[in-house]
Design a protein around this ligand. Structure first.
Ligand SMILES: [Zn+2]
Length: 678
């Protein structure tokens, strides 16, 4: 450890190191003796997260806070409301907007305003008002100053006016994750957590804000043992290290140190980390990606980090605060009715999984204000989660009917409709769902959950082109989404793009860990082979068609056409049983050649045409599994070349070669969309 004198420290503290995109870097001194160790800090985030996961329903709730004094304030990126004073609510708004502005000024890629779920901040006036909405552990409220509850449709931040620095760290940490989602939905844990910890130390005072202040708890923990970067980079979202045990804290601390070093200290290492992360996101193995990005052994980086952790000086960022942010949150908070406040709190509890309390609040809210869209939407979502689709639908319909409902309500309505649409029917529901989901993605482009469901709805309603477009958008946002990949492959198969479908399916069969997904990918691959064979057949048959037409003798009808028998329209068809000596062949039924005294059936196989004879029409068993009535069975070329299974027997009486390969027994016209198994 380098010990510096007081003069050094002064100089270091005020020396501006360099300018970068309007961000000034300063040096800060950290002497090990001058700062108290704080072991609580390093686990704040972990604790809050764990608490949220174990949150259980609890009926301790003393009834909704007195909502007479509720106000709300909408800023550029947030909706705030609460029973705190309007001034306090505005202060909190300013704090978050400043945090956001500061982080994105240091990290311009986070600045773009791609739409995402709304962030709702609830500001309680004191601990007493906050208590019913604090997280629960074993049924008891956990005293936190603030917490973050993230979900796909809305992100809640709740806090009290007096929230302390440590609680804000946890909230800023999570808010950083929210901003980082804009980079990618699949960031590696070390990258995501490292930056979240880095920015969590945000502090604003006067005209400037700071972040990247060192965290004692992390340094303290790391002084007792570090995590090699090779281990750090190998941690995935499912890793034990990331989810439990002592290594978890070390993982957070080490990720933070790495980011602190790279982002705050060595720009070239930062660039290499970004390259590494990009390579890994594109499927590279961490070790190979590290070699490619850094060109040195991981131990070199380990050495640098070990040295860095010993440093007595660490930089933090000082960002001039954008004064326009303050001007933008000057709008006056507006009054919120008691019913609205209850609906909002009810929605918060719905998202926290506290069903009974949420129901109580929402029903109370609806008693006072029977049309309140948010209350209907929240109750609808709650019922939907409990698999009560019909009850959910009633509320969601009422919510959707209100013109001011957001896209998430429409999304849930779409979910409920798709839930209700039975596997084989429910076309009306699917059509309604498509409308709701199309509105959803129009209101919020890039809403992947809605796009994915919309893709599925299009597939169900046989619109493969639209399904393909919707699912491609999903995969642009979330390249690792295997379900969307499978559905896209399905759509591509329906569109005849076999090669493209197989390119998608191959890696899933190879890599998927989920057996259902792997199995489905295998099925689709097999299906693609069958479909391709079918398509090839049609191409070959089409090429030969004019020649065949010339050879037909349509003027000699031998027997009246046999009306096709619709035995079954179910899928897959129950085929006629094969008898001894019979062969079944898949092909396209192209022609019935009628000559004197006999019929010659043309069935196109790959590479050849099977010619089968029969004495009369009624000697052949014609069976149709098609939903549409097939064209009459009569002499001549088939106007629609149906896919068939033709059953035939080898011919005992040898005929002149080239005329017939056997005797036709049955022709089964296969349903539209049927793919032969191979
Ligand atoms: Zn985190």
């Amino acid at each position: 450890m380098v010990v510096r004198g007081a003069a050094d420290r002064e100089i270091a503290f005020f020396k501006r190191v360099r300018e970068r995109k309007g961000v000034s870097e300063f040096l800060i001194v950290h002497g090990f003796s001058s700062y108290p160790k704080n072991r609580v800090l390093d686990n704040t985030v972990a604790l809050v997260r764990r608490l949220l996961l174990t949150t259980t329903a609890c009926i301790l709730l003393a009834g909704p806070a007195r909502a007479a004094d509720w106000t709300s304030l909408r800023t550029e990126h947030l909706l705030l409301l609460g029973d705190a004073s309007p001034r306090d609510i505005r202060d909190v708004a300013l704090r978050f907007e400043q945090f956001r502005a500061a982080v994105s000024s240091a990290f311009p890629r986070l600045a773009d305003d791609k739409p995402g779920p709304p962030v709702v901040v609830i500001v309680f006036r004191d601990q007493r008002a906050y208590e019913p909405y604090q997280p629960r552990f074993n049924g008891k409220p956990v005293k936190v100053g603030g917490y973050f509850l993230g979900s796909r449709d809305v992100n809640y931040i709740t806090l009290t006016v007096g929230t302390g620095r440590d609680d804000f760290r946890a909230v800023y940490h999570e808010y950083t994750h929210l901003l980082l989602q804009r980079l990618s939905a699949n960031l590696s844990p070390w990258f995501n957590e490292g930056l979240a910890e880095y920015f969590s130390t945000f502090e604003a005072a006067g005209n400037a804000a700071k972040f990247g202040i060192f965290i004692d708890g992390h340094l303290d923990l790391l002084s007792r043992g570090r995590m090699p970067v090779s281990e750090l980079f190998a941690v995935t979202r499912d890793s034990k290290t990331y989810n439990e045990g002592d290594r978890r804290s070390v993982f957070y601390a080490q990720s933070w140190l790495l980011m602190h070093y790279a982002f705050g200290e060595r720009g070239e290492r930062w660039k290499q980390l970004v390259t590494l992360e990009t390579l890994v996101e594109n499927g590279a193995a961490p070790e190979a990606a590290f070699q490619q990005a850094f060109g040195v052994a991981p131990s070199v980086l380990d050495g640098e980090l070990a040295q860095y952790a010993q440093r007595s000086l660490m930089r933090f960022y000082a960002v001039p605060l954008d004064q326009r942010v303050a001007t933008r949150v000057q709008t006056q908070p507006v009054r919120v009715s008691e019913a609205e406040a209850q609906a909002r709190l009810g929605d918060l509890l719905v998202h926290a999984g506290r069903t009974e309390e949420a129901t109580l609040l929402l029903e109370t809210s609806l008693k006072a204000s029977p049309d309140l869209p948010l209350a209907h939407a929240a109750l609808g979502l709650l019922l939907l989660r409990q698999k009560q689709s019909d009850e959910a639908m009633a509320h969601l319909e009422r919510a959707v009917a209100a013109s001011d409902t957001d896209e998430f309500v429409r999304f849930y309505y779409g979910v409920a409709l798709m839930d209700r649409a039975a596997p084989s029917s429910g076309d009306a529901d699917i059509a309604k769902a498509i409308t709701a989901l199309e509105q959803t993605v129009q209101l919020r482009p890039g809403f992947t959950d809605a796009q994915r469901l919309l893709g599925y709805a299009y597939l169900r309603s046989r619109q493969p082109g639209k399904a393909r477009d919707a699912l491609r958008q999903v995969l642009q946002q979330e390249p690792g989404d295997q379900n969307a990949t499978l559905m896209l492959a399905d759509a591509l198969l329906q569109l005849g793009a076999f090669g493209e479908a197989r390119t998608l399916l191959g890696p899933i069969v190879g890599r998927a860990t989920d057996t259902t997904i792997k199995e489905r990918a295998r099925e689709l691959l097999a299906r693609s082979a069958g479909l391709e064979q079918q398509q090839q057949l049609r191409t070959e048959a089409a090429a030969e068609r004019p020649v065949q037409q010339a050879e037909t003798t349509p003027e000699q009808p031998v027997a009246p056409p046999v009306p096709p028998v619709a035995r079954s329209q179910t899928f897959p068809p129950v085929l006629r049983e094969l008898k001894t000596g019979e062969t079944r062949t898949y092909g396209l039924f192209t022609e019935i050649e009628c000559t004197r005294g006999q019929l010659l059936l043309h069935v196109r196989e790959l590479g050849q045409t099977l010619l089968l004879r029969a004495a009369r029409f009624d000697a052949i068993d014609f069976i149709s599994y098609r939903s549409s009535t097939p064209a009459n069975i009569s002499c001549g070329a088939r106007p629609t070349q149906e896919a068939v299974y033709v059953t035939w027997r080898a011919d005992e009486a040898t005929l002149p070669s080239g005329t017939s390969q056997g005797i036709a027994v049955a022709v089964e016209l296969l349903p539209e969309g049927f793919v032969p198994s191979r």
